[in-house]
Design a binder for this molecule. Structure first.
Ligand code: BG6
Length: 511
């Protein structure tokens, strides 16, 4: 059955913060591509809400965003016109309760009760409360089945602030109406983790402590803080990436098989992983977590500045741009199998991947000199920029004498399917319009992730880093992150790439 079959026939997408960065860069280019693919409801209307908005400003701004950020590049005049005819603008101050009456008027011209309505909050979290109150005051939260509200991270900066934000939403909207975005969950490669594990009979029997030694999750970025200083200075790598994206990846690797591919079952199984994660005591944090901040350095031949010298960053900023965390999952499947999570900005390469490292062979029957560069078997799930799965194993070199060397067996999305993957936002916005919450985060999951990380947040706050900046831009992060694994007799491996030369060799190569 075509996925479009589940779409409602008419929908209003009310985009709060329509002139903002998120709408411009991500939300609208994704909606535009859904439009081009015929994957929007037949009768679709995008209502842009913002201060100082006019229909002309809205159209101009959104067209510019589509032009710059759509994966298909600049649209033709016809393509754009088809989409632009769906736009309308409502100027309002989101804190003004009275203004929501204007919004009701603007929306009510549909004159029909069967419209699916999405309130998309592409605005700072400080405004969530006011908008949720305003919507409820105007009756725009009614109809649990057809009315949805969408929020994006950061969902708080710690457990308490998350609870406050969540409470303000849940005061007026039922849990089934609240869609919490984690755009990593919309990435094709991330969704494929479940297909790999549960649509094939061969992985599940070995997906446990008997066969797996440890798992690493790496999300390495080359970009720096960019123009997001204001936000990033209040967040840092742990809150910005680990609390959501990396923990979600880990949950997909560690979860038990769902009974059915449905939102609640999958989210329950992911929550179980978080519930099983061993609590880190504040005093033990140094043994489980490492933070870093980039100094100046070189990336692909270009000089880049230190974090503290970036525009808008405090010259003595204590904010981490790198975080590595070791987590242990206390259950039958994963007892004593560490999950090492790391993420950083301004690293050697932009490469995100999950590496499942299998145990060593119990006995080596080959003569001592046969293994050159012997490597343990690994399954690598490449999230981006390469999209694929690699099984790394040992094979015999042709001829004699007997020599063994590591080889790769590869599945690459581009080659296998011969077409471009949709952007993560496209997948998620389509699911949202259909009312499928599987790839969205439930309140209890987000809360559990905060609970897990709070000891680290507290410990880091209580003890400012004495050694920042502690890694050069263009490196793989601080030395202390090496020690985190070395202490366990392990090492980080450089993300695998199948275009040799794209990633400079690092000391992490080899095991
Ligand atoms: C965002 C973070 O959620 O994810 C950014 O706030 C980060 O700091 C981004 O750069 C990475 O997402 P992607 O899809 O570009 O890898």
């Amino acid at each position: 059955m075509d996925a479009a079959d589940h779409l409602p026939s008419r929908a209003q997408f009310v985009l709060f913060g329509a002139l903002g960065d998120l709408a411009w860069r991500l939300v609208v280019p994704a909606l535009f591509n859904l439009h081009l693919d015929g994957r929007l409801p037949q009768d679709f209307r995008l209502v842009g809400v913002d201060r100082g908005i006019t229909p002309e400003r809205l159209t101009e701004r959104l067209r510019d965003g589509v032009h710059r950020f759509s994966r298909r590049g600049e649209p033709t005049a016809d393509q754009w016109q088809g989409f632009a005819s769906k736009l309308s603008a409502v100027m309002m101050d989101l804190r003004d309760r009275e203004a929501y009456a204007t919004l009701v008027d603007a929306l009510d011209d549909r004159g029909s009760g069967d419209t699916t309505r999405v309130h998309y909050l592409a605005i700072p979290p400080g405004l969530f409360d006011a908008v949720a109150d305003g919507l409820a005051g105007a009756g725009l939260n009614a109809d649990e089945r057809r009315t949805r509200i969408v929020v994006e991270k950061p969902l708080g900066h710690d457990l308490d602030s998350f609870r406050a934000i969540d409470a303000s939403l849940r005061r007026h909207f039922a849990e089934c109406q609240i869609y919490r975005m984690d755009h990593f969950l919309g990435k094709e490669t991330v969704q494929n983790i479940l297909a790999l594990r549960f649509a094939n009979p061969i992985f599940e029997p070995i997906w446990n402590r008997r066969y797996i030694d440890h798992v690493t999750v790496t999300v390495a970025e080359q970009i720096g803080v960019g123009h997001r200083a204001g936000y990033y200075e209040t967040a840092g790598a742990l809150r910005d990436m680990v609390q959501n994206h990396l923990i979600q990846l880990m949950c997909l690797v560690a979860m038990e098989p769902p009974v059915a591919y449905d939102a609640d079952d999958i989210r329950n199984k992911k929550l179980d992983v978080l519930r099983a994660c061993r609590r880190i005591r504040t005093e033990d944090v140094p043994a489980y977590a490492v933070r870093g901040q980039y100094a100046d350095g070189w990336i692909e031949g270009a000089r880049v500045t230190a974090y503290r010298d970036e525009p808008g960053i405090a010259p003595d900023s204590e904010v981490e741009t790198y975080a590595a965390v070791k987590l242990l999952v206390d259950n039958w499947r994963w007892q004593d199998v560490p999950f090492y999570l790391r993420t950083g900005k301004r690293m050697t390469a932009a490469a995100s991947e999950i590496s499942i490292r299998f145990r060593d062979i119990p006995h080596n029957a080959f003569p001592a000199n046969t293994g050159i560069d012997s490597q343990p078997v690994r399954l690598v799930i490449q999230i981006q920029p390469q999209e694929g799965i690699i099984l790394k194993f040992m094979a015999k070199e042709p001829g004699s004498p007997l020599r063994l060397r590591p080889v790769d067996m590869r599945f690459a999305y581009g080659e296998a399917f011969g077409r471009q993957s949709p952007a993560a936002y496209e997948t998620l916005l389509h699911d949202l319009l259909e009312g499928d919450a599987t790839l969205f985060m439930r309140s209890d999951q987000v809360q559990a992730a905060w609970e897990l990380l709070m000891p680290i947040i507290d410990a880091w706050q209580a003890n400012p880093a004495a050694d920042f900046p502690n890694y050069a831009a263009g490196s793989w992060g601080p030395e202390a992150a090496e020690h985190l694994l070395a202490h366990d007799g392990r090492t980080w491996l450089a993300p695998s790439q199948w275009h040799p030369g794209r990633v400079p060799a690092t000391p992490h190569d080899g095991d």
